[in-house]
Design a protein around this ligand. Sequence first.
Ligand code: GTP
Ligand code: SPV
Ligand code: MN
Length: 571
Amino acid sequence: MPAPNSSVAAFVAEIAALCKPAAIHWCDGSEAEYSALCARLVSEGTLIPLNPAKRPNSYLARSTPDDVARLEHRTFICTTDAAEAGPTNNWREPVAMRAELNTLLDGAMAGRTLYVLPFVMASGTPIEMFGVQVTDSAYVAASMHIMTRMGADVLARMEGKPFVRCVHSVGAPLAQGETSSSWPSNPTHKYIAHFPETAEIMSFGSGYGGNALLGKKCLALRLASVEAHKSGWLAEHMLIVGLESPEGEKAYVAGAFPSACGKTNFAMVEPPEDMKGWTVSTVGDDIAWLFAGPRGELRAVNPEAGFFGVAPGTSAKTNPVAMDMVGHDCIFTNCALTEDGDVWWEGMGTPPDRLIDWQGRPWTPDAGRPAAHPNARFTVRATNCRTLDANWNAPEGVEISALLFGGRLSKTFPLVFEAQDWAEGVLWAATLSSEATAAAEGQADIRRDPFAMLPFCGYNIADYMAHWLAFKDKLTVDVPIFRVNWFRKDENGRFIWPGFRENTRVLRWVVERARGRVEARSGLLGGLPRHEDLVNGSGSIDAARFDILMASDPDEIRAELEGQKRHLAGM
Ligand code: GTP
Ligand code: SPV
Ligand code: MN
């Protein structure tokens, strides 16, 4: 606990006076505390312990059906001037929004414990940001233990420094003697509000991931992007991955793909059999903070300490590294439960004859509905990952040799192409589009998702694009930009590219391009790999099918460019 006169103590006292919790718990970040949080959640029915013989120290949580994903229409940027929030964010006037939230927060934590979570994102780096989250959810407290560097030592380090005030309540106060439901949340009022001018976040009504773990999307992307704009760096929705050649040459690549479009999988991809001697290593799977290094090189850090990844589609075949990673010490949310106390999800393999689905109902393979929610997730410490890069924690970050931008697009876009230069790459990023996924409620079938940041840019997206264009001036080491698309489909609706581990071939080609060691042939959209350079003798895709994968239809491209013009005109 801090000195009573510290600004953290004052913040906590102020929120406690408003929310009126039954108790206050200052989190120290210890293992014992994590275990106690889990034990409490088990006793309240939020966490179901999994069979320790199958998955040691792991749990399943089931949310309510209305609290399964980010809520973009309830996410607000609150600035004095609406133009600051720009055309892509929901804007609210800060004074009115705070008043509205304070009304809801009055007594909102009655009967519950208020947990105080002092945390730091990008710990030890020149751009680290401190936050203090108060929350009445033990599930959120346990998840923040996994996802951030937090606790007593962080509290001591932040003394006298600025921090982001993060207020979170599930909005489910308890009457005298009432016990908590297994997934407390508020059925009618949900808000995820950001106040960049005063470095505050207020989240009400939801307990789910990006709505509730405020260090993640709210701080490390929305508020950090505002800070980055001011201070000359970039806060991005990007994975960071390393590739080492058999000769021991190492390079890192960062890539922005929209939510549920493959970042986690690419960050821990296992090279195919014939790429013996090549090693992939993981720095981050969701957020990268990019800055210029002393030599004018591009550097990146992962501000997080854990992974909150999509479960469906993850299997020993598609992502063996992630399967190992979630084998122990893991919190699962909205997965199905097997009869022997393990988890299951679609894409894991043949379903068992009987399951309990994510809503706790009996399920059989002929049920006609998924057993796991499509946005079911796992929460694990980064240190669970066997491919974790030796430099994942380095305060100076890692040097980035190339940038990727990729959406989920069943047509028009080839597997990979290289932009001519930085400005053209920024254009391809600014016009990125993707098909709908389960990561957020109520998405259109296809939407433009500039830089995969549509839901996460904390300020005017036009200023953000200009910031990206100008950022080039800080770099003297060239960083090529590529568009990728793992998701092109053939006329039968099947993915043309096998994806997953095969994506390592794209990573290798990109790195070799960055080193100037391989030629690109010129295509309608940009530089393209030759079949022999990409697959390198393997049978992953034959030349004829490769041509289909890489083809650009002039009429489709023309229509795409028209769409890009309309999109940019609206920015
Ligand atoms: P967020 O955590 O929401 O930001 O998502 P993410 O970008 O990390 O996405 P993730 O890697 O979790 O992938 C989302 C879904 O896409 C999962 O169901 C994956 O199995 C699937 N996926 C990932 N890579 C590929 C690929 O190369 N090909 C195909 N067909 N599917 C993929
Ligand atoms: C995303 O939606 O991009 C995620 C999951 O990474 S959440 O943390 O819920 O935002
Ligand atoms: Mn994400």
